[in-house]
Design a protein around this ligand. Structure first.
Ligand SMILES: O=P(O)(O)OC[C@H]1O[C@](O)(COP(=O)(O)O)[C@@H](O)[C@@H]1O
Ligand SMILES: [Mn+2]
Length: 644
């Protein structure tokens, strides 16, 4: 090892004692039980529901409360206490209003703080003291540690002292803050690390708030979903991705995200939309917002929706033409369209067109943008690339995100590994080289990162490739043969709307298929699992989220309200702690207010996916490997510096 490096390290560990202490500390950590990983996916802008799942740790918080107080508290009291841990500020306000004298309130404070301390202590029992300290509210660290680490012996001698501390906290008006601080500490301790298996953006109203939550979260990684790369693509300079995100926002009545949240000026687009489009039932927003929306506003969205959809279709053409290996010529729909007869032939079948809005199309050159359309897109792209908030969110997605992740022996991926009917990994030829499986995903990620690093390039291969990830047949994020957006707007026959899934989606039921995939990623097929999001699990029709004898777990969180009627539940999340994996099914989340008032928890069944024969320790994890490397280096430092 480079002695320069060791000299540098010696500046931090400038005495034998310091090195020894750190080695002992790290080795001890290696023997602690592994921390709990929490997996969620397909959040789709549903910030409130996501918050709830984070705050209750997919049921772990209540489980700990029940372990501790199951004998002494009634179910109702447990629910109430759990709600206090989830939403401390709001719940304290509600509860406080119910007291009519100070003595009762103070009694409640004392009892609650004592319970909270017990809970924090229990939730931290598998961590080091130093880790707990980092999770404590900074202004109370000293006080809490005094209260937490009292032993029975201390109690004999210092009972009065402890009582005094509590009384002081209450009389100084600090009790609310302390309770809330302990509640958040517990939430944080219950989940050590969060995995977001894709699709933070689109459909729901508050993806930006989810991003803020993730930015502030103590430990997280993200596997990009197809919707996330669409946003990354837009920011990286892809106009067709940009047209798509605006189209989806218009479709789901979420244009405020573009305009108010990210500060992107939609005025030029609106002007264009007002000029060329009128009402059109196929383009009215799919979801009406809760607040009363004026019919004028709905009409505006409907017009914008058409304007941006037509721009999108036009922008697809040149990419399909310049990238023959995308194999998408069947999608050159504007050119196949018979404008006189108002019909189109797709895959050999001719369909009449409904609800058309082709007033900006020149049938001779259907993919040509009007000058005005071009101008609008230039302005939009400028605005997108200069949104400070969007830049922050996209940078975070890039920093914490990847197309797939190998973590503690498992493979996390939003969509799929493209397979043929025989289970062989499908190869895609890019610039005369062919790639499949892990190699293909690595190439995709390489292009995506390149596109992001070069936002000024709008028509290069890397930028086109981001769009391919959204919609191409060999995309590991899309996982379908083609996207029938055009058909769903303009063709009545539902047969034409079907999107054929990659064979992966039926082959992933088989254990040998999953084993092959794990092996392709250099993971141990005996121990590893594949964890997918992307496709809602239709519990209603008996679909099992655990497939291939437990090798495959599909956790589409089902947060998206628009999809809940097809799944029958709100969705699944996954927990992986030292004892094994648990799949948690969530019932529909209605509102925070309902939880606050009725203590109703949305959680239900748990299914054991895998039970560790022996409790898994930190040393068997990714983090453990890191720590072992550190120990190795410190040992070298010890020999080099202090043992000679
Ligand atoms: O429900 P909508 O808005 O029509 O969207 C459907 C489109 O969304 C997709 O399902 C992709 O989104 P998901 O990743 O959430 O499945 C496309 O395959 C499909 O064309
Ligand atoms: Mn998806």
């Amino acid at each position: 090892m480079n002695t320069k490096y060791l000299d540098l390290l010696a500046q931090k560990y400038d005495s034998e004692e310091k090195v020894v202490t750190e080695i002992i500390n790290l080795k001890a950590i290696l023997n602690l039980p592994k921390g709990t990983e929490h997996f969620v996916s397909d959040l789709h802008g549903e910030y409130q529901a996501f918050q709830h799942v984070l705050r209750n740790g997919s049921g772990k918080v209540k489980e700990k409360i029940t372990d501790l107080f199951g004998e002494v508290l009634s179910e109702e009291e447990i629910n109430e206490f759990a709600t206090l841990v989830y939403y401390p500020e709001e719940k304290i306000t509600l509860l406080k209003n119910a007291f009519d004298n100070e003595t009762d309130l103070n009694h409640w404070y004392t009892e609650t703080i004592e319970r909270m301390l017990k809970l924090t202590s229990y939730a931290s029992s598998k961590y080091t003291r130093s880790k707990l300290r980092k999770a404590l509210p900074t202004q109370f660290v000293y006080v809490i540690e005094e209260l937490l680490y009292k032993t029975d012996n201390d109690l004999n001698n210092k009972e009065h002292y402890y009582k005094k501390i509590l009384q002081q906290i209450i009389s100084l008006g600090q009790a609310d803050k302390l309770i809330a601080g302990l509640a958040y500490t517990t939430q944080r301790l219950v989940v050590d690390h969060l995995h977001v298996v894709g699709d933070i953006y689109d459909r729901g109203p508050e993806p930006d708030k989810i991003m803020e939550t993730l930015i502030n979260y103590h430990s997280v990684d993200i596997q990009w979903g197809n919707h996330d790369v669409l946003w990354i693509g837009a920011f990286a300079g892809s106009k067709v991705c940009l047209a798509n995100i605006i189209r989806i926002c218009a479709r789901y009545n979420n244009l405020e995200i573009i305009e108010d949240v990210y500060g992107i000026n939609l005025r030029p687009l609106l002007n264009l939309a007002e000029k060329y489009y009128d009402d059109n039932p196929a383009f009215r927003p799919k979801v009406q917002s809760d607040e009363k929306q004026s019919s004028h506003e709905v009409l505006q969205s409907t017009k914008i929706h058409q304007a941006i959809a037509m721009i999108q279709f036009k922008l697809e053409s040149p990419i399909i033409k310049r990238r023959s290996y995308f194999n998408m010529s069947e999608r050159l729909l504007l050119e196949k369209l018979d404008y006189d007869r108002n019909e189109i032939t797709i895959h050999g079948k001719t369909y009449p067109l409904e609800n058309t809005c082709f007033s900006t199309i020149n049938p001779e050159q259907p993919d040509q943008l009007l000058e005005e359309e071009e101008e609008v897109m230039d302005k939009l792209l400028f605005s997108v690339q200069h949104s400070e908030k969007l830049a922050r969110h996209m940078n975070f997605l890039m920093k914490k995100g990847s197309l797939y992740l190998k973590y503690n022996g498992n493979l996390l991926i939003h969509g799929c590994i493209p397979l043929d009917e025989n289970g062989k990994m499908e190869a895609m030829t890019i610039e005369n080289k062919s790639y499949a499986g892990r190699e293909l995903l690595d190439v995709f990620e390489h292009y995506l990162r390149h596109a992001f690093a070069h936002p000024e390039e709008t028509d290069d291969l890397a930028t086109d490739m981001v769009w391919y990830l959204w919609t191409g047949e060999y995309s590991s994020l899309f996982g379908k043969r083609e996207m029938t957006t055009f058909e769903r707007y303009f063709i009545n026959d539902k047969e034409s709307h079907k999107e054929k899934k990659n064979p992966y989606y039926h082959l992933r039921e088989y254990e040998n298929i999953c084993r092959n995939i794990l092996a392709d990623f250099d993971l141990n097929p005996d121990h590893g699992h594949i964890i997918n999001g992307h496709t809602p699990v239709k519990e209603i029709s008996g679909e099992n989220p655990i497939k291939a004898s437990g090798k495959m777990i599909v956790i589409d969180g089902g947060f998206s309200k628009a999809y809940q009627s097809t799944t029958g539940i709100a969705g699944y999340t996954l927990l992986f702690n030292s004892y094994g994996m648990q799949l948690v099914a969530h019932k529909q989340f209605n509102s925070k207010e309902e939880v606050l008032l009725n203590g109703a928890d949305v959680l239900s069944v748990k299914r054991l996916v895998d039970k560790e024969l022996e409790r898994k320790k930190v040393q068997e994890t990714n983090v453990g490997e890191e720590l072992l490397r550190e120990v190795h280096i410190l040992n070298r430092l010890m020999e080099y510096r202090y043992l000679n």
